[in-house]
Design a protein around this ligand. Structure first.
Ligand code: HEM
Length: 446
């Protein structure tokens, strides 16, 4: 048996509580004490080796066939279902990714770009001058609408009207550190009907499943040919044996995309708005760049603007939506950073600690988009979307969404922060979000 490096000595139940409440403070504390590689033991969940050394992370990403990640994500099963890409490994994961990839890349994205701008403009037009709003909530409304229209292919009708509040309600059930513990502490996962939190969560899930099943059946009956939404493309996709995805797979993948894609993008957008409006020089530079192109330019041209791109990259560097990327479980003994580890050792590469390394990002606590214009970072120095064969399925769509939502808002509106005091990160389900959601106000139209 090989020794796990730098084992944290406090009791596992205490480590778990601290991990749930403040996963970033936890990482700061122990990386100061132990350095680049250390082992935490979360009560009931087991030991994890946290890695913030780019060389070691590069070794993990480049040998990803030696690791499973899906079975390390089992905590997500109650939300996304057991047929989710996130929970798959090996050949099944490879097959599913091949089926799901095309709608999120290349030419397909161009089809969605206009929709992104239209949805943003429609939602932002409801803001009133002088009336404060919470940026994260506003961004979540926009990103949910995008998932409903672009992925589910729903924009009106009874099913859309039912699904929208139901999904919001379901997602908001883990919107604070306390309510998030439901996802981590299995003994709380008891379905005692609607008066127990887990029972209410399960009830919402059953309702959502019924609505999605009905939608899939209706599409099969009516035919999908003329449609461009992701669900239609998923239904038409075939693997190398000519097999289509089953209804259960389609349903679980829709929910996977919903959970993986909508809060993450909304939260990152809220942070971007926060930084852009906290630093007048960032906003001025962005507006200058946007105005040089003009509001009516093709969305794909707007998305290529260098400073806008750098603002989004810097936001993703500073504000991780996940406290670590997916755990990687060694399938056989493996050598990482010159040390041998047993089979079943679970590694957690941490983008948070790497993104704050002073040797890679000088003055790392400062929001400085220029650093992305001045140099290029390798895939193990900068990985907000993870890496290797598990890299975020929606990374291209997420970045396109971020840039076009920001551009559409900045072209049209003058916004300001309601309070100038610094905003901290707080746990929200499996993700991290700004405490209070960033309160903003519209001060005028441009
Ligand atoms: C700013 C927005 C987003 C961020 C920061 C983000 C980040 C991540 C990260 C860190 C991972 C884990 C990768 C790894 O462990 O190597 C991941 C996986 C994933 N993301 Fe995203 N994501 C975002 C948006 C999206 C969107 C818009 C979608 C869907 C359209 C999406 C779908 C997925 C899926 C399906 C996986 C699992 C991939 C697999 O297991 O093979 N994400 N994401």
């Amino acid at each position: 048996m090989s020794q796990l490096p730098n084992l944290i000595t406090s009791p596992p139940w205490w480590q778990l509580i601290n991990w749930i409440i403040d996963p970033l403070g936890f990482q700061d504390r122990y990386s100061r004490k132990y350095g680049d590689i250390f082992t935490m033991h979360l009560g009931g969940l087991g030991p994890y080796v946290l890695v913030s050394n780019p060389q070691a992370i590069q070794e993990i990403f480049s040998q990803d066939f030696k690791f499973d990640a899906g079975r390390g994500n089992e905590l997500g099963e109650p939300l996304v279902g057991k047929n989710s890409l996130m929970l798959m490994d090996g050949d099944r994961h490879r097959r599913e990714r091949k089926l799901l990839m095309p709608p999120f890349h290349g030419e397909r994205l161009q089809t969605y770009a206009k929709q992104i701008c239209l949805i943003t403009a429609q939602f932002a037009s409801q803001w009133q001058i002088g009336q404060p709003f919470v940026a994260r909530t506003a961004m979540q409304k926009i990103s949910l609408e995008m998932i409903l229209q672009i992925v589910f292919g729903l924009s009106a009708g009874e099913r859309y009207e039912q699904l929208k509040p139901l999904l919001t309600d379901w997602i908001d059930m883990t919107d604070s550190p306390l309510r998030s513990s439901l996802l981590f502490l299995k003994f709380l996962q008891q379905d005692w009907g609607t008066w127990s939190p887990w029972g209410r969560m399960k009830q919402r899930q059953r309702q959502v499943h019924r609505l999605l099943q009905a939608e899939i059946e209706e599409r099969r009956a009516k035919g999908n040919e003329a449609r461009t939404d992701v669900l239609s493309l998923m239904m038409a996709a075939r693997d190398e044996n000519g097999e289509a995805m089953t209804d259960d797979e389609l349903r679980d993948e829709l929910l996977t995309i919903l959970f993986a894609g909508h809060e993450t993008t909304a939260t990152t957008l809220a942070w971007a708005l926060y930084q852009i409006h906290q630093q007048p020089e960032v906003r001025e530079k962005l507006l200058k760049e946007l105005d040089s192109l003009g509001e009516s330019s093709p969305p794909m041209e707007i998305a290529q603007l260098p400073y806008l791109t750098a603002v989004c990259q810097e936001t993703l560097r500073m504000y991780p939506v996940l406290p670590v990327i997916f755990p990687r479980i060694a399938k056989s003994p493996v050598q990482i950073a010159g040390q041998w580890f047993d089979a079943e050792t679970t590694f957690m590469p941490t983008n948070y600690l790497v993104h704050y390394r002073e040797d890679i990002y000088p003055n790392a606590r400062q929001f400085k988009p220029e650093r992305f214009l001045e140099r290029q970072y390798s895939a193990s120095e900068y990985f907000p979307f993870g890496g290797g064969s598990r890299r975020c399925l929606g990374y291209a769509l997420a970045q396109l969404e971020m840039k076009l939502v920001l551009a559409t808002i900045l072209f049209k509106y003058q916004l300001a922060l309601v309070e100038q005091k610094p905003v901290k990160l707080q746990r929200r389900g499996f993700t991290l979000a700004p405490t209070g959601g960033v309160r903003m106000v519209m001060t005028g139209r441009r």
